[in-house]
Structure formats: structure tokens, C-alpha cells
Design a protein around this ligand. Sequence first.
Ligand code: AHR
Length: 495
Amino acid sequence: QNNKTLISINKSENAPVISKHIYGHFAEHLGRCIYEGFFVGDTSKIPNINGVRKDIIEALRELKIPNLRWPGGCFADTYHWKDGIGPRENRPTIVNKWWGGVTEDNSFGTHDFLNMCEILETEPYLSGNVGSGTVQELADWVQYTNFGGKSPMSDLRKANGREEPWKVTYWGIGNEAWGCGGNMTADYYANEYRKYATFISDWENTGDIKRIASGANSNDYKWTETLMKNIPGRMLGGLALHHYSVIDWEKKGDAVSFTEKQYFQTMTEALKMEELVTKHAAIMDTYDPNKKIDLVVDEWGGWYEVEKGTNPGFLYQQNTMRDAVLAGTTLNIFNNHADRVRMANLAQCVNVLQAVILTDKAKMILTPTYHIMKMYNVHQDAQLLPISFTSPLYTLNNETLPALSVSASKDKQGVKHISFVNIDANKEHTIKMDCSILNIKKISGTILTSKHIQDHNSFDEPNKIEPKIFNTFTFKKDELELTIPPFSVVVIEAK
Ligand code: AHR
């Protein structure tokens, strides 16, 4: 039996704007994300602009990616940016300690990344090395990228062919300081942060730099509390949070051949994001009641076993309808918490973890997660429309999860978008929505759905899963009624 779920849209004058930066991405020097992913080099037969694949550039521009985090991840705390500037033949090689122990030749460095961001029309988010770097090194990087006047680092930048500074706003002060970033205690890191943040000045004093502290691992609320207590608010632009949807770190399960039980477990982990952002935000509220500091979920996504036959250190995995449902649900959570969650980065963009793009030599495919990110980009910088409803339950082996996830917004042109996810692997769910306060004349919809939850796009069948027109709704007397198939995502546009 399919009981109808009633959803109300509430008045929104004071609702926050959903920052476009919630739709951010992440590119680490890990596996085939940069090399053989984004960057093939300018002598490659694969069409490229300055060595960056043209097909990837086009796909990411379509997605309207608002920011891109680089160069890590764990790699960031081993990275010395001066190794990646100047003539390529003079750049030193290093060992990528965290990811497969492979040789990193530094052929993709600061200029390559920041110029690529300009082509992608996206904002760079640079992760600074706190774990094995120095304050001077990070301060120099800021001067190199951001200072327009005469200085040792801006002269060096100019000598390397770039006259104007790139003006990077987002700076991460280390990554996972509690783990690969140095195994620090929260108290120790808070002091390190204060020292680094002091010397990462905005070289032109425009106040445009946002410093982001390395944040908690999932539910480590003590970490957030310690940082909020010990770092003066004026030094903190954002506080990070990392949460991956992993069934069990010892037994992560296959990315494609999974059971419904494993699907349920992944979704349980994904839905924890609601509790995590609620509780971390509540701690932040105590110290920052005016919500000046952003909660930055700069790593999130599904994490499974690597694809058989691939390097275990490369974290290459396929991407199925499970990931589409995970992405839609997580983005709904972020949208609904837009008052505090103002930035997030899906891990990772190309060929790593929950990627939006997979490549195999000259071939490239878009994953179901890519399509969700594209369907949802209508929420970028739109005003949240708060909604309320009681979700039906998705039950498996006497355990339950809310079956429905929803968020809504109104963009600058007054167009409304509502994104619905049916998490239930077996049952369709029908929704009735009173839209009287929205003054709607015309409705259209898009759906991402497939026969099996394990379905995915492959290099042989790249377009198996694609968004389709969704028009099986009714709209009468200001009431919208629609039925969402199992494990599907629908975005409704209302004008
Ligand atoms: O995204 C892969 C890794 O996961 C990142 O390098 C690290 O920050 C996290 O542990």
C-alpha cells in the first residue's frame, strides 16, 4: 500500500540562501584523479587545453562547479608547492607516500591548477601544508598567488609567466590534522592554526581570504568544541567536517555487486550527515551565534573496495544508482542546513571514490552522481524554501530509515525547484504538496531512475543512466501530486 505523504512548503522570507559552494568538488594527487584524469599533458593525442582534457573541462562547466579543492587530502600535508613551479624539466620528483607510493613528478603544479580553474570558471580552494610544511612556506604561497605588487613571491610568479595574481579566496590550513595531517590533538592543532592563520595575511588587505580549519572526523564533536573555543572567531572563516559513507572500514563491500542490506547500510551512513551537521552546527552556534563561520563539509561521499585489478592505493571505484541516491540525499541535507553549511566538496571529482567522471585512456563517462549534481545545480545561490513532512519508512530486516528526502528553493528569477529522493529500494512513494503559497503556473520535471540499484554507466554503455523528462505528476488546485519510483531522484521546476 502506498499512503500519500503530505509535504508543506513554509514561508521563506528569512530563509537562508543556499550557497553555490555546497556544490563543490575535490581533486587530489591520488590515483588517476590528476594524472590520466584531468591532466594528460599538452603533447597528448587526447584533445586538451594546456594539458587538461577538453571533455572534462566541458563536462565540469556544464555542471557549474563552484569550487575545486586541491592538492589534497592527505597529499596536501606532504606537498611543497615550490616543487611544482617553473620549467617542468627542473621540477623534483617526490614519492606520493599516502597513495600507492608512486612517483610524483610535479608536472601539474600551482600554475596548471589555477589556470585550469579559470578555464573551468570555478574558484580554487587550496589546501595548505601544515603537517610537514612551514608557516613561511604557506605564507609564501599566498603571496605568490595573491599579491599584485612587488614582492619576492610575486616577482617569482611573474618570472614563471603569470603577471596578474589569481586571488585565491579559500585556504585550508592543513587537512585531517587529527590523522594523516600530523596526528595532532585538537588543542595542539588549535595553536598551530592560530600561528598559521596569523601569517596567512591577505596581502592586499581586502579581507577576501577565507581561512578554513581542518575539522572533525564524523562525530568527533570534541574536536569542533575545542577549535571553536580556542580559535578567535575573527581568525576562522570556516570549520571543516569529513564524513564518508562507509559500511565498515575493514569490509567496505563492492561498488557494484552489493546486496540490498549493503545498500541499506550505505544509506544509513549517508543519512547520518543530518545528525552530524545538526550537532556540529549547534556547537558552533554556542561560540558564533551570528553564524559568521561556515561549516565546510570538504570531504563526503561513498567509499567502497577498489575495483578488482586496480591499485589499492588509487581508490578507483564504479558509481551506481546507490551513489545517485546518496548524492541526492546528502545535497538535500546540505540545502536544508544552508544557514550554516556554506561549502562542501564531494570526494572526488575524477576517477577517485564517488567520482562524477571516469576515464579510460581517451574515453570518458559521466556517472549517475554527475547527473544528480547537474539536476541539483538549480539550487545554487537560490533561497531555501523550508519544507516540513513526516517521511514514510523504508524497512529492511526490522530496521528502518526515512524513505523520502526533500529540499526546495526559489532562484533569483523566482523559479522554484524541489528535489525529491526516494531512498526505498522496493516501494514507490506518492507525495502530495500544497503549493498555494508558490503561485505556480507551469511545472516540469526531470528524473534519474533505473531498473536495478546496481545499474551504472560503463565505457561500453556510457548512457545507460541519464536524466529523463518526468511528467507523470498532476497539478490541480495548487496541489502537486507525484509518485517517485524506488531508488530514484526527481527534480521539479515550477514557474
Ligand atoms: O579522499 C581520500 C582521502 O580521505 C583524503 O586524502 C583524506 O583527507 C581522507 O582521509
